[in-house]
Ligand binder design. Structure first.
Ligand SMILES: Cc1ncc(COP(=O)(O)O)c(C=O)c1O
Length: 452
């Protein structure tokens, strides 16, 4: 039982906390996790892959193989940089997306999240600038805040980060005598927006990095989860000059529970990242690296990724159809060609934090858009996940959110007379929906200051 702390006890600890704790903030997804674990809740909030589709027999064989042949090593500490066999499998995974990596240039990490943490720890002094997308990966926001970074978010459209705006921001920083330490991007099937950086912009981004001698942290958990459209080269494949640090993960192609990711970086950077990782956890789990090794021996990883892609494609289609049916005509959303997220934006007077409270009353959850910003933007947007629930659950979840949205719109128009729900038919061509993606700051959002 909790000891029932009194406010004077709390004060005692509060006086001891480091300054950086005042900048720490919780990840919006983590906050929701306890609620969404309740069985009655339909969660479109998490970024959960469908682990139930993993072949049970293969899993049993993998465990058997480790028990029979690698028990002692898998229960032991391992090298900080990870086991060579695991790294060789990573080289194979990266080759699948056209990247030529070397095992000497990588560290196996405790998930991709650790890469964001150790890269930020390595480069950011309090007040240093990081540039990222607007919206950005909600799990990166608490990391950047913990290290007291000055975060500049660049708007996106349906082709990903607006590189013209990025150049403007860099020029503005230059005029202030500042230089960003790195540019953090999720170029393919972005979390949370679902959009993909076009080839032209990829090339220009890598050129800018070279011209200005800036580092890019490319975060690519979803590149292999493409349902349609032409494959695009990762930034890492376009960079010949060592400006791109690459983050990969097994979370969305095998399992997030094994907590395995990796970083590929030039030797001088890798050395510092290694020190950062040593301080954090000494080494990545030996057991789960052996699990991956056994998987590559016994299973067909490409076939498995192919099978989850088919599952996700059907779920994405179900979510798009449900949005069309149950969301008001004023709502807009992205049409991702892969990955696991759709980003929906409602009229600016709706606050998705408030809406979430009401949605939870209907036993459905999503991630409010504000969690993907360091400032007051995103207040009328939401991130919707389609990988973690089956089609009928998705449809029901979107129906319930749509009901809450409609109720709020009706209430608003009754109270203000300002807003009449329009019933215009939507143009349902995928491209035109993507064109109108509303990723800009919403005007007139009634989000409360400090409401996050
Ligand atoms: C863009 C992005 N980066 C990093 C991560 C962290 O992944 P991991 O499970 O590998 O720590 C996620 C997880 O959802 C993600 O979407």
């Amino acid at each position: 039982m909790s000891r029932g702390w009194k406010s004077k006890d709390i004060e005692r600890y509060a006086g001891l906390f480091a300054d950086r704790t005042h900048h720490m903030r919780s990840s919006v997804m983590r906050d929701l996790m306890a609620i969404t674990a309740r069985p009655e809740i339909i969660s479109l909030a998490g970024g959960l892959p469908d682990t139930s589709s993993f072949p049970k027999d293969t899993f049993a064989q993998m465990m058997q193989e480790i028990a029979a042949n690698h028990m002692a090593e898998s229960l032991q500490y391992g090298p900080t940089e990870g086991f060579d066999d695991t790294k060789r499998h990573i080289v194979e995974i990266m080759a699948e997306e056209g990247m030529d990596a070397d095992i000497e240039d990588m560290i196996v990490t405790t998930g991709g999240q650790q890469v964001i943490d150790i890269v930020t720890k390595t480069f950011i002094n309090p007040g240093d600038t990081i540039i990222c997308e607007a919206p950005t990966y909600p799990g990166a926001v608490p990391v950047f805040s913990s290290y007291q970074a000055d975060v500049r978010q660049i708007e996106m459209d349906s082709d990903g980060m607006r590189i013209d705006l990025l150049e403007q921001e860099i020029a503005k920083l230059e005029s202030e005598g500042r230089r960003p330490k790195f540019i953090y991007v999720v170029p393919t099937f972005q979390n949370p927006a679902g959009v993909t950086l076009s080839l032209k912009r990829r090339k220009r981004l890598v050129e800018i990095a070279k011209e200005k001698e800036l580092l890019i942290l490319e975060d690519n958990p979803y590149g292999l989860l493409r349902f349609e459209g032409t494959e695009l080269p990762p930034l890492y494949a376009l960079d010949r000059d060592g400006f791109v640090l690459y983050l990969g993960t097994f979370s969305k192609i095998l399992s997030p529970g094994i907590r395995l990711g990796w970083v590929v970086a030039p030797a001088p950077v890798l050395e510092k990242l290694n020190l950062g990782k040593q301080a954090a956890d000494l080494c990545t789990s030996s057991l789960t690296q052996y699990l991956v090794n056994a998987y590559f021996e016994l299973g067909d990883w490409k076939q498995y990724v192919g099978s989850v892609k088919e599952i996700y494609r059907a779920r994405r289609d179900a979510m798009l159809a449900a949005l069309e049916e149950f969301f008001p005509p004023e709502a807009e959303w992205t049409t991702p060609k892969g990955g696991i997220f759709i980003w929906a934006t409602l009229p600016g007077f709706l606050d998705t934090q408030d809406l979430l409270a009401k949605a939870l009353g209907e036993n459905v959850a999503f991630v409010p858009g504000s969690g993907a910003y360091v400032d007051e933007r995103g207040g009328s947007s939401m991130r919707l996940n389609f990988s973690g629930s089956n089609e009928s659950t998705i449809e029901e979840g979107i129906r319930r959110i749509g009901k809450v949205v409609q109720a709020q719109i009706s209430l608003y128009s009754t109270l203000t007379g300002e807003f009449e729900a329009k019933k215009e038919p939507k143009d349902d061509s995928a491209e035109s929906v993507a064109e109108v993606v509303q990723l800009k700051p919403e005007k007139g959002s009634k989000r409360k200051a400090g409401g996050k």
